[in-house]
Design a protein around this ligand. Structure first.
Ligand SMILES: Nc1ncnc2c1ncn2[C@@H]1O[C@H](COP(=O)(O)OP(=O)(O)OP(=O)(O)O)[C@@H](O)[C@H]1O
Ligand SMILES: *[C@@H]1O[C@H](CO)[C@@H](O)[C@H](O)[C@H]1NC(C)=O
Ligand SMILES: *[C@@H]1O[C@H](CO)[C@@H](O)[C@H](O)[C@H]1NC(C)=O
Ligand SMILES: *[C@@H]1O[C@H](CO)[C@@H](O)[C@H](O)[C@H]1NC(C)=O
Ligand SMILES: *[C@@H]1O[C@H](CO)[C@@H](O)[C@H](O)[C@H]1NC(C)=O
Ligand SMILES: *[C@@H]1O[C@H](CO)[C@@H](O)[C@H](O)[C@H]1NC(C)=O
Ligand SMILES: *[C@@H]1O[C@H](CO)[C@@H](O)[C@H](O)[C@H]1NC(C)=O
Ligand SMILES: [Mg+2]
Length: 626
């Protein structure tokens, strides 16, 4: 006995040590579902610290925020993380939570795809991903979730068709796929129990018997296929029965072929409808507007994806411009840049600087979108057209743009330019002043657009310089030669604008006598001969005090001088033009001046550049990938 005891004692000790070690390990180790949740957490950024008590040294995840376990087995039953400010992709590992009944992640910023593996969540009853940024197709495998009662995927960026497999989801009590980018036919079967409010706001969904959705007309092309085969049989007399059968089969097949081609063509056209292809991902930044209720960057991204040809309002040297109204927000103009730029970084830097430029007479840049395949600029939309249209567009006979409007445009543009040259640090050269780049609001207040773009585009791509680095007729001669933009290049173009306002002629006018058909060249010739005033529109000469006209003409002639040294700085131009209204010679202008000054005082005229140390996206931004 004693002997055996002697032998067993160290054994027992050994065993208990082992058990202790095992127990210790068990206590330390997180169970397998906890590990799955940790891997879910790892893919997320959690700025509000919602997941901060998801402690990997707990035994079970059951006390973690947003996690509820089954009482008996400690298996995770619910994940509830709504409005948690979480960003990131959804780990496919979640599919390992075999007993999960509810996954509720609404109102976060989850992006990427819904994992295919979710079909393993066989106990799932509630899947709520409303209001995230989830993209890609809806996995067809979700259709096999027989216990699913509620599925809300609304307000995401899901695309493609609704999977056919969904037609078997007879247990579904609530479905919402609204406000995505879904296309195609709503499958027959189970989904037909839902009405249009489950599908609203998608790119192109159809489904005949769901009220409010357009019907899919894929069955109608079969009708004409019957017609001709019948008419073939009516000409019985000249064909044998076999020939008729062959002929009708042949006709039938060729009609099928035509239909197939039509469908393919339609399908291809549908794809090419997409105006702005954001490619594989990028960044959309909206600057904060203190006074304007701008769309959030997420709303904006949705809207950009839905831009179509019908939104185009014009095209210039830099690219196409679209008009876009997002929900109830103010209307915006989106400019899609033609040229690809070398460095994303310098693009963002440049635009963040331009985003801080604020002046009454400059079109506000409200944001931008930068992806490898496309660059977009987002501006305020100006409803009054541009000065080119105002002066040279179609208008009724005898309608003249009166002097107070012309003067107002001249002064406003000069102020905007002076601000760019003298108030901004570093100063901004416009480089592409033309009458089409002066936009108007409904009260004829001018807004200079496209400032800073010349630099942005020409620095990387020299062959486009001629197209975008200034518009023919406005370009200073030395700039055309050297391509080097200076403030004096802007002064020159501004002079051409003044001449346009004074003469009512285009900057390049074929009917002009001088050899370049060029307004500035013409006035230089007239100036030398002492007859510059001939350029002024007869109508203005009859109605406007000649002191006013003389002064503006004087400024214009200095501006279009061939010698850059002779051209005045824009600040000087503003001073001179303001003289006009101060002297009270033209009564119409005095009142404009007072109101302008009042507005100017209220606006922020100091650039905010100094508030922005280095690069920082001012306002909300949204990183997306597809
Ligand atoms: N912010 C805006 N609001 C309203 N209309 C705009 C806006 N920006 C541009 N447009 C209009 O869109 C059209 C195209 O503009 P875009 O700037 O691309 O060409 P452009 O001004 O003719 O030439 P450039 O390339 O020299 O700028 C113009 O008719 C212009 O008036
Ligand atoms: C996790 O829990 C352990 C003990 O339960 C504790 O020591 C540790 O500080 C916790 N970690 C965090 C990040 O809260
Ligand atoms: C666990 O038990 C509590 C109280 O008994 C109950 O309120 C809760 O719903 C149960 N949880 C689950 C997942 O069944
Ligand atoms: C999410 O962020 C907003 C704004 O930053 C904050 O008010 C809110 O409390 C956050 N939500 C959570 C759950 O922390
Ligand atoms: C899903 O289930 C299948 C079959 O049971 C299995 O092979 C697969 O690994 C599971 N996937 C995940 C992510 O759990
Ligand atoms: C659609 O169905 C929901 C309930 O499923 C109901 O509340 C709503 O009024 C219906 N809308 C229409 C337009 O029929
Ligand atoms: C689905 O969501 C949209 C947008 O939030 C809403 O307008 C619509 O009423 C919802 N549909 C149902 C059936 O609740
Ligand atoms: Mg323009």
């Amino acid at each position: 006995m004693v002997l055996t005891l002697k032998h067993t004692a160290p054994r027992l000790l050994h065993l208990s040590l082992l058990l202790l070690a095992l127990h210790y390990r068990l206590c330390e180790a997180l169970n397998s579902e906890g590990l799955l949740l940790q891997s879910f957490k790892q893919r997320l950024t959690d700025p509000s610290g919602v997941l901060s008590n998801w402690n990997a040294s707990d035994e079970t995840p059951c006390n973690w925020k947003g996690v509820v376990c089954r009482n008996s087995t400690n298996a995770v039953a619910f994940i509830d993380l709504p409005y948690a400010n979480l960003t990131g992709t959804i780990s496919s590992q979640l599919a390992g939570l075999k007993q999960l009944k509810r996954l509720s992640l609404l109102n976060n910023q989850f992006r990427g795809k819904i994992p295919e593996s979710f079909s393993n969540l066989t106990s799932l009853e509630v899947l709520n991903m409303r209001s995230n940024a989830i993209s890609g197709n809806i996995p067809a495998t979700l259709g096999s979730l027989k216990d699913l009662r509620l599925m809300d995927l609304s307000n995401n960026e899901l695309e493609g068709p609704i999977p056919e497999s969904f037609s078997a989801m007879i247990g579904l009590l609530y479905l919402n796929l609204s406000n995505n980018l879904l296309v195609g036919r709503v499958p027959e079967g189970a989904l037909r129990r839902f009405n249009t409010s489950s599908f609203v706001g998608n790119t192109d969904l159809c489904g005949g018997d769901i009220q409010g959705l357009s019907s899919c007309d894929s069955s109608s092309p079969l009708a004409p296929a019957l017609g001709p085969s019948r008419s073939a049989s009516s000409s019985k007399s000249s064909f044998s029965a076999a020939q008729i059968v062959l002929l009708s089969v042949g006709l039938f097949l060729s009609f099928k072929f035509v239909i197939a081609v039509l469908i393919i063509v339609r399908w291809m056209r549908k794809d090419s409808n997409i105006e702005i292809d954001l490619g594989s991902g990028g960044k959309l930044v909206m600057f904060q507007g203190a006074t304007m209720d701008l769309p959030s960057s997420k709303e904006m991204l949705r809207a950009v994806r839905l831009i179509r040809k019908k939104h185009i309002i014009g095209e210039g040297g830099y690219g196409v411009v679209y008009k876009l109204q997002v929900n109830d927000h103010p209307t915006l103009a989106i400019k899609k840049l033609k040229t690809c730029l070398e460095s994303e970084r310098s693009f963002e830097n440049e635009l963040s600087t331009l985003g801080t430029v604020k002046h009454r007479n400059l079109v506000r840049l409200r944001g931008f979108c930068s992806s490898p395949s496309v660059k977009l600029l987002i501006f305020d939309y100006l409803p009054g057209g541009n000065v080119d249209q105002l002066l040279h567009g179609e208008k009724e006979e005898n309608v003249v743009v009166d002097w107070s409007i012309r003067y107002r445009i001249a002064l406003g543009v000069a102020r905007g330019l002076a601000y760019l040259h003298h108030a901004c640090e570093p100063r901004i050269i416009h480089g592409d002043i033309s009458s089409s780049n002066i936009l108007l609001d409904t009260g004829y207040e001018p807004y200079l657009s496209d400032f800073g773009l010349a630099k942005l585009v020409t620095t990387t791509d020299t062959h486009v310089t001629l197209n975008v680095g200034g518009t023919f007729g406005y370009v200073a001669p030395e700039f055309a030669k050297s391509g080097r933009a200076t403030e004096k290049v802007d002064s020159y173009s501004y002079g051409v604008i003044l001449l346009e306002l004074l003469s009512g002629r285009r900057a390049v006018d074929e009917s002009l006598a001088n050899e370049y058909a060029n307004l500035a060249g013409w006035v230089r010739e007239l100036h030398i001969a002492g007859k510059a005033k001939e350029i002024v529109d007869q109508n203005l000469r009859d109605t406007v005090p000649s002191v006013d006209l003389d002064l503006v003409l004087e400024v214009a002639c200095h501006c279009v001088s061939l010698d850059p040294e002779e051209r005045p700085h824009m600040s000087k131009v503003v001073e001179m033009l303001e003289l006009l209204s101060v002297s009270g010679l033209s009564p119409g202008c005095a009142s404009i001046r007072t109101s302008l000054e009042a507005l100017e005082r209220s606006a922020s005229c100091k650039p905010l550049v100094s508030d922005v140390p280095g690069f920082r996206p001012v306002g909300s931004y949204f990183i997306f990938d597809t």
